[in-house]
Write a protein that binds this ligand. Sequence first.
Ligand code: F6R
Length: 591
Amino acid sequence: MCGIFGMIGGGAVSNTLRALKYLEYRGYDSAGIAVKGDGGLKIYKTEGRIQNLVDIVPQGLQGGTAIGHTRWATHGAVCAENAHPFYSPDRNFAVVHNGIIENYLTLKEELISQGAEFSSATDSETVAHLLMREYNGDVLEAVQKTAKQLSGSFAIVIATTYDQRLFAVKRRSPLVVGIGNGGVYLCSDIRCVSRWAEQVAVTPDNTIVVTGSDGVYFYDYEGNAVQVDFFDAEEVEEMEQVKGEFMIKEIYEIPERIRLAKREYMRSGLQLNAETVRKFKRIYLIGCGTAYNSGLQVAAVARKLLDIDVLPVIASEFIYDNYPVDSKTLAFFISQSGETADTIRACEKVKEQGGCTYAVTNTKSSQLAYACDRTADISAGGEFAVASTKAYNCQLITLLLLMLDVAKIRGTLDVELYDRVVAAVDELPEAIDNILNDSYDIARLADEVKDCSAVFFIGRTTDYPTAAEGSLKLKEISYIHSEAYPAGELKHGTLALMEEGVGVVAIATDGDLKEKMALSIKEVVARGAKVICVSPYKFENAIPLAIPAVDKLLIGVVAVVPLQLLAYYTAKRLGRDVDKPRNLAKSVTVE
Ligand code: F6R
């Protein structure tokens, strides 16, 4: 949710524009860059995608210092005026901001009463005004004074005509610092900065960063030095080499990523000793969107394995509800990005109440990972399509292995079954490859789905979470109205919506529940709906979308793949921007 970048060094302009392309997944409403040259700070900004910005920045523009921003609008409409960076009125400061300044209205009113005039409707512009007001010959002091007045979440990068260095402030929004290849860098995303930096550091909350050719310094708001360790940057894939959409590329990576997720889990293990595991009385699986759906799926499996409550909870609900937490609580926080504000807040709440916190994330250096007692790396690799796919499958693998270990230690799962299921994970890549190899069948089905007025996804027990994830995928990238229901629930109201033109996708992987699903299919077909059935079994009156049979406890990892493909092909048929659906952003860093 908004990407920021700043650098000092050769090629600052072209590298900042490249970085913004990389960060575009974080927001794509508008973009801008401020470049420091002989004539002071010069800002270029525009509505729309980064390419629009590239088109307005003069070719060959030079500058040793630049800051850039790609926006997902929170305050103020999508337009060039609300795009970042913002000048201070005297044009001696330029700022880019990711997050929300919660007290901006109070600050803005105060500044207006002192004569300030604003050019945008954003919360971020207040920061530029405050810096100008607080500047008294020392930029660091102005930044400290400004930072102390802000509440909310922010990663702010500041360029100024008064100083050669870049300044930044960080609280609850991600900010990574990099050094190497003749430059210093400030960025929202560790993978992005790692393409240039040799060493990277994750900025702690409530910290001011000062970067210049003489090095990088971290301070608290009082000006005391803060110790932050740098570590070696990992090699990253060059995004420019990806042809076509990220989403389909990421779906095709699933088999290999499952292997890597299992390998990583086998390397790191449960990271909790047996005594601790035996004392737990409840387990929460907390996340948002797709990450929540993976919790839903794993909870449905874990209920078959464990002797304690395993509850999936939506993070934003967990924060304001009264779920019991004590020292006997184990809470898994599931998040691809590790940046989702709701999930991080929920984690803070569990910590405050004395529970054990465990991050399950694709970003080891994320805020969530830092906040939790333990971290499991799902090893999905960079995921750039806004719609999450491979991360879901890898979250399932990691969480299922975690649950199997917890159940084994608690003695609720015998060793033979444990060994069988762990070994069966190795069969999943091939099963998924089979689905991917037949994806033309799914592409053909998309022709039917694209014309549906609404699509309902149904499943029972462990198939319901798959239905929920399939429905989320379809609606977010095709914009077709879609809902997921436990199949038995339809007759309690939703059946009223079944008619010609409505699609139903039934997920039926459990042989014991075949008859029940057959009945649900009959009920909707009788009312005119068209049914597609994802199953290893055949059903009357339903278009089959066959999946291979794998271990019952693991089938969710496989059953979701045809639904990911169905969403992709349907969105393509409708001409949607598959990787960057409207109104969304990949990392949701605001509550
Ligand atoms: C849907 C999707 C979102 C995310 C959700 C949580 O395709 O990507 O629903 O799953 O915003 O994001 P993370 O996992 O980064 O916490």
